[in-house]
Design a protein. Structure first.
Length: 328
């Protein structure tokens, strides 16, 4: 009890500072660097850094390496017990308090600028080359593994980050409805053209940012696929949580991505936000979303010849199936 009391006293002391509370709220909403936080709060970077140091030491935020950058965010799984107890009250207070409106407007501008640099704008530029890049990187290994996991036909399939329509072509003739979701209009334009050139029908295209809100209705899909997308997201765990309610009963979510690696060129050249994922990490995120890790298949990496003849390593990949827990 004494330890708990000390923890609460220390937590109340930290949250009594209005600026720290403000920074914590912003990082609860989005993962940001010191520079971005400075733009949102209009505070000097040294002052921001000082508050971040205190919040990090108390495990209220986490820091990760992203090339030369150090973005910060709130990781609910890493919060100390006292903070987890108080967190619902903090969230409710933050949502209802109008004093944060100015922060939210500046945050929206920062995220829009970031998207132009590394989000949809980046993939709009790659759209015409993306099929060749995917073939060079992955050949058909990821697709075959996903198909092995997908046994039934005539499913409603939602493909998140559909790009130029790789999964759409892969599942041709196997679905009753296909929902193609991407935040790049240029990518989806190519996917649309592919559909028009075939006999495929019952395909719906949705331009959406899955980190902002779920693009799916409740219980809309039997199967959700996220192929080589998760590493581009700032908060992949929250994306999985937002997508899970879109599954119908006995539905599943298939993720195919890279296993944890140290290939920095993927960050600098392809704007990867995460250096792959571990089985333990995916399993924990699945549990937070009310799903279970039903299978995990590792796909061997290989050497790739980049432009100019440079040899780089494609990391090992994985395909995981996240399923709804069986009841009854």
């Amino acid at each position: 009890m004494l330890d708990s009391a000390n923890e609460l006293t220390r937590l109340f002391h930290i949250l009594s500072d209005a600026t720290r509370l403000r920074v914590l709220r912003i990082l609860w909403r989005e993962e940001l660097t010191v520079n971005e936080l400075s733009e949102v709060t209009k505070l000097a970077q040294p002052r921001i850094s000082n508050h971040l140091k205190i919040l990090r030491e108390e495990n209220l935020i986490v820091e990760r390496r992203l090339g030369s950058l150090r973005p910060y965010r709130v990781d609910h799984a890493a919060l100390p017990p006292a903070a987890r107890v108080l967190w619902p009250s903090l969230e409710a207070a933050w949502r209802d308090d109008p004093q944060f409106a100015a922060d939210d407007k500046r945050l929206a501008k920062v995220l829009a600028a970031r998207l132009n640099d590394t989000g949809a704008g980046f993939f709009d530029q790659l759209a015409r080359r993306w099929d060749a890049i995917r073939e060079d990187f992955f050949a058909d290994a990821l697709g075959r593994e996903v198909l092995r996991a997908l046994i039934p036909k005539d499913l409603v399939i939602a493909d998140v980050g559909t790009g130029t329509g790789y999964m759409l072509e892969l599942f041709a003739g196997r679905f009753s409805k296909f929902i193609a979701i991407d935040n790049s209009k240029a990518m989806l334009a190519i996917a649309r053209a592919k559909v028009k050139a075939t006999a495929l029908d019952n395909v719906e295209f949705r331009v959406a940012d899955i980190e902002a809100a779920s693009p799916l209705k409740q219980h809309e899909a039997n199967l959700i696929t996220i192929v080589q997308v998760l590493h581009h997201l700032r908060q992949p765990a929250e994306a999985i949580q937002k997508l899970a309610p879109g599954l119908q009963k006995n539905g599943c979510l298939i993720i195919s991505d890279f296993v944890e690696h140290d290939q920095q060129w993927l960050t600098t050249e392809f704007h990867h936000q995460w250096p792959g994922f571990s089985r333990k990490q995916i399993a924990a995120w699945a549990a937070d979303a009310g799903l279970t890790l039903a299978s995990w298949t590792v796909l061997p990496g290989r050497t790739y010849t980049a432009e100019g003849g440079r040899k780089v390593t494609i990391p090992d990949g994985f395909t995981s199936v996240l399923a709804q827990p069986r009841t009854g």
